[in-house]
Design a protein around this ligand. Structure first.
Ligand code: GLC
Length: 565
């Protein structure tokens, strides 16, 4: 039965006119984008060399995951110096060149800011360990005495996102056990104490350091976690803040605390000193959507990744419902939605959609022992889902490689796995390596053109699936019907027809249990998520997710089309 017609929420009051409200941002995961020095690890020079490809693709901005000094225990989200480039990736000069090239190409550069925690190698944490309990150095972090006899039990029951307790006990110089410190992630990622004004000062300094170097904004890592509830009370829900039996509707004491929003209002003020175009993007993975919308309330951030959208299955009803809820929640605070389907923490959507239902949960990978996906079916659905997303009004984030329709590596050898989740859960959760595999640039040659360099080099830090040669960028560049060509063309049409700044109206005759259709201005976007083909309505075909269907007036199962209405 078709759902009852619902008027789409009015976008009235959105901060129209600002570039961010309709931007398409491309996420680069530097370790895996392009390796010019041949050490098997991507680098800044590699990104600079390929920025032209991203400009040609038609994105507005590039978000770089961390490239700062780091022991790389969590792929660089464990920062030991926020104002230095890790030698793995290059130098500050390389960064300046990257920004210079982006400016020539009219691409904006957004960098990742990791304020919840640093690396345990950071000099501030090393100092905290060296100083006594109660010292100002310790107060930069969250140190507590343990519970139970001799303080042998963690100060509370919080669990790490990556498995195991969120507390690690320290030892003093003589080896005697001491206080515990909090780490919501790996034990090498101690949480900062955001009740301490010196932590605020330190991050304001870091913001200015990069703004002075010309960045256009920041993606703020775990932007919902910085401030913890007073007293650090026990929590009965999941490590990532979800409710479980006995804790319905409870808000986790480590997420979404009201004082967070003062921090972002302050940061927004700092950005404003550098001009109105600088932006903040929240990774605030909280439920439900109207709570997430607090991060994009006036005077705070510009974007908040729409995780309920990312988590939605490939289903007409689910998509319609999450789009409605998103437009309502973000519209209520005068913001547009920030759509996203993939990133470096989730199984890529080309692989998720190869399964029925929602697929594996965030942070869990797929391994050789699991049911293997139907790669082609997943890629077709991924193209359909992407074309649907790019037809929506609002901003959108793309994750490197999705324009090639890359699937996850689903048979990575365990010996290659590097995500701390794998070890911390004693291999129960495989972790996120499968979506982080280095990109294929050329069909021929070692590492599919990911690594250049001396002959001995070229072994990528994670192995690539053998089948990736035929998905390489050079193959797809030469094929007008490829995934890459579809993205390029869709981004051009999106720009020309103003889809990002448009308004959505559901078209009831195209909305059913299996199909979902809306008008965005004079563009009809129609997705067939059902098992059988349907007849197309009238209208010139602007773009389809399976361009090989050319002029067919049927919309295949798992296909999206844009028609001129
Ligand atoms: C964010 C990042 C993820 C990282 C975590 C801890 O969720 O996206 O990759 O592991 O924060 O910094």
């Amino acid at each position: 039965m078709a759902p009852a017609p619902t008027p789409a929420p009015s976008p009235a009051g959105t901060r129209s006119g600002h570039w961010s409200t309709s931007a398409v941002v491309y996420q680069v995961y530097p370790r895996s984008f392009r390796d010019l020095d041949g050490d098997g690890m991507g680098d800044l020079a590699g990104i600079t060399a390929e920025l032209g490809q991203l400009a040609e693709l038609g994105v507005d901005a590039v978000w770089l995951s961390p490239f700062y000094s780091s022991p790389q225990r969590d792929g660089g989200y464990d920062v030991s110096d926020y104002c230095q480039v890790d030698p793995l990736f290059g130098t500050l000069d390389d960064f300046d060149q990257l920004v210079g090239r982006a400016t020539q190409l009219k691409l904006r550069i957004i960098i990742d800011l990791v304020p919840n925690h640093c690396s345990s190698d950071h000099s501030l944490f090393q100092l905290a360990l060296a100083e006594a309990p109660g010292s100002p150095a310790r107060d930069m972090f969250i140190f507590r005495d343990g519970r139970g006899e001799g303080g042998a039990l963690p100060p509370n029951n919080w669990q790490s996102h990556f498995g195991g307790p969120a507390w690690t006990r320290t030892a003093d110089a003589s080896g005697a056990p001491g206080q515990w410190y909090l780490h919501l992630f790996d034990s090498t990622q101690p949480d900062f104490n955001w009740d301490n004004p010196l932590v605020h000062q330190e991050f304001e300094r870091i913001l200015r350091f990069w703004l002075d170097r010309g960045v256009d904004g920041f993606r703020v890592d775990v932007a919902h976690a910085l401030v913890k509830a007073p007293g650090l009370p026990d929590w009965g829900g999941t490590a990532w803040g979800g409710s479980i039996d006995g804790f319905p509707g409870h808000e986790a004491p480590m997420f979404g605390q009201p004082a967070l929003h003062d921090i972002y209002r302050r940061w927004r003020g700092i950005l404003a000193e550098y001009g109105p175009e600088k932006i903040l993007c929240a990774e605030a993975n909280v439920d439900p959507l109207d709570r997430m919308a607090r991060w994009v309330a006036p005077g705070q951030m510009h974007h908040a990744f729409n995780f309920p959208y990312l988590n939605a299955p490939f289903s007409a009803l689910a998509l319609r419902s999450v789009v409605d809820a998103s437009l309502a929640a973000f519209g209520a605070v005068g913001a547009t939605s920030t759509w996203v389907l993939s990133n470096h923490d989730v199984v890529r959507h080309a692989t998720r959609f190869a399964y029925e239902g929602a697929g594996p949960r965030q942070g869990d990978g797929i391994g050789a022992g699991d049911e293997q996906p139907n790669v082609e079916a997943g890629r077709q659905r991924a193209a359909a889902a992407s074309l649907f997303m790019l037809g929506l009004p609002g901003a959108a984030y793309l994750y490197q490689g999705e324009e090639l329709g890359l699937p996850d590596h689903t048979t990575l050898p365990d010996a290659s796995r590097q995500d701390p989740t794998f070890a911390r859960t004693e291999r129960a959760r495989l972790g996120r390596d499968g979506c982080r595999v280095p990109l294929p640039w050329r069909e021929a040659g070692a590492s599919f053109g990911f690594s250049d360099g001396v002959p001995a080099a070229g072994v990528p830090w994670l192995p690539q699936p053998e089948a990736w040669g035929r998905l390489a960028r050079d193959v797809q560049s030469a094929d007008p019907d490829s995934h890459l060509a579809t993205y390029r063309s869709a981004l051009g049409i999106r720009r020309d027809r103003g889809l990002g700044t448009g308004t959505l109206t559901w078209v009831d005759e195209h909305c059913s249990d299996t199909t979902v259709g809306f008008l965005n201005g004079s563009t009809l976007v129609l997705l067939n998520a059902g098992p059988s083909p349907i007849e197309l309505p009238t209208g010139a075909i602007l773009q389809r997710s399976r361009p090989r269907q050319a002029a067919s007036r049927q919309l295949e199962s798992g296909e999206t089309i844009w028609l001129a209405a």
